[in-house]
Design a protein around this ligand. Structure first.
Ligand SMILES: [Zn+2]
Length: 394
């Protein structure tokens, strides 16, 4: 009997290019389009797993960062504990990135060669080396349910020649990632295996399409990636300094050409408006640090736009962060109280704003899915975006 597929994906409704689907991982079924909170160092900052799993948020999948976990606490610690699920206590699905983006963002502190990337650790300054093979090994030890290939991100403003070289390297690294990944699955190196009935015991592997803002190179990167063959396909290298119009041109060109029966993942993007626009172009999966990072600096995403809790106008404001939000924070706390917590440096300010922001992103995706199922997505998109941008930032 052949192994069940590492991951199943079924499109359940379509409205224009926008679609809903069911993504079956070895740790449960995920409705798409889905937003995945980012858990960089094995924690989604300022929020406990109980909250993420509760009915208020109900996040079905979160991210872990290979680069960060590899450097600290290190593979040996996570291996001793039997993988990232057991180490951290998160039992739902996990996606890990490859570390490619993080080492790329180190700028002058790294050196990229055909073999891989040499860089200095931001933790202790030691010299480290990351390659497709090392990344696959680390991700097998982490035991994530979805593994990302090791790629080279191309700068948003890279010219055609630079980008072409970079896309070539990404394709060669994708092949090496695939080979190393398959070997590790064969030898049982994956520490996240489950005994779930009728679900695959294997990790799934996603390929990444690069090519900056050059549409011909994006198409060629997509062809080369699909030729190798992956369980899902990601669009990488966006939101790295290019104009927003370029980003949406790339997504609009690429997403409809990606294999329709495989999940499409837009990496590291973006604001609620960005997510809606990408869904309209056919994207299924998203991750972004905005709801958590901005929550810690006092910014709330609301249905009426971005709210800065530091603003003096909220000093006596008895209303919740978002009057249309039913999250636990909005049901209990006033803007005046949250502003007081923030100004007093209380950690509950970060915790509360993070909770609300994640609720807002996850609720938005629920609304998106509902509107696609009822063939109302164009109306949802128009009205949602109008409300969001009516006040700008306030
Ligand atoms: Zn709320």
């Amino acid at each position: 009997m052949s192994q069940p597929e590492a991951l199943r994906f079924e499109v359940t409704a379509q409205n224009g290019e926008a679609r809903t689907g069911l993504l079956t991982t070895r740790r449960g079924v995920i409705e798409t389009p889905v937003f995945m909170p980012v858990g960089t160092a094995g924690t989604v900052k300022a929020i406990r797993f109980e909250e993420l799993e509760g009915s208020d948020l109900d996040a079905k999948i979160i991210l872990g960062n290979t680069y960060h976990l590899w450097l600290r606490p290190g593979v040996e610690t996570i291996k001793a504990c039997g993988g990232l699920h057991r180490f951290s206590g998160w039992n739902r699905a996990l996606l890990t990135d490859s570390g490619g983006f993080q080492v790329w963002s180190l700028g002058n502190l790294r050196k990229i060669s055909e073999e891989g990337t040499e860089f200095r650790s931001h933790v202790d300054g030691s010299l480290q080396f990351l390659s497709p093979e090392v990344s696959m090994e680390v991700q097998a030890t982490l035991g994530s349910d979805i593994v990302m290939v090791f790629d080279e991100c191309t700068a948003g403003d890279a010219d055609h020649e630079q980008t072409e070289k970079s896309v070539g390297l990404t394709a060669r690294w994708a092949k090496r990632s695939r080979k190393a990944f398959d070997r590790l699955q064969e030898v049982g190196a994956d520490l996240g295996r489950t005994d779930a009935q009728e679900l695959s015991g294997n990790q799934a592997l996603f390929g990444i399409v690069q090519g900056a803002g050059h549409l011909d190179l994006r198409r060629s990167s997509l062809e080369q990636t699909v030729e190798i063959g992956f369980d899902g396909y990601a669009i990488g290298g966006l939101s790295v300094g290019e104009e927003k119009s370029v980003m949406f041109d790339v997504i609009g060109e690429l997403a409809p050409q990606m294999p329709p029966d495989r999940p499409r993942y837009l990496m590291g993007v973006g604001t609620p408006e960005d997510l809606i626009e990408a869904v309209a172009r056919g994207v299924d999966m998203f991750d972004c640090v905005l709801p958590t990072r901005n929550g810690r600096t006092g910014q709330a995403f609301t249905s009426a736009g971005k709210l800065n809790i530091k603003n003096a106008r909220f000093a006596h404001d008895p209303r919740p962060l978002d009057e249309s939000c039913g999250c636990l924070v909005c049901r209990r706390h006033s803007r005046a109280y949250l502003r007081h917590l923030y100004l007093a440096g209380e950690m509950l300010a970060s915790i509360s704003l993070t909770h609300h922001n994640l609720a807002f992103f996850l609720d938005t995706m629920r609304g998106v899915r509902q509107s696609i199922r009822s063939r109302d997505f164009p109306k949802f998109r128009r009205e949602f975006t109008e409300r969001l941008t009516a006040n700008g930032e306030y």
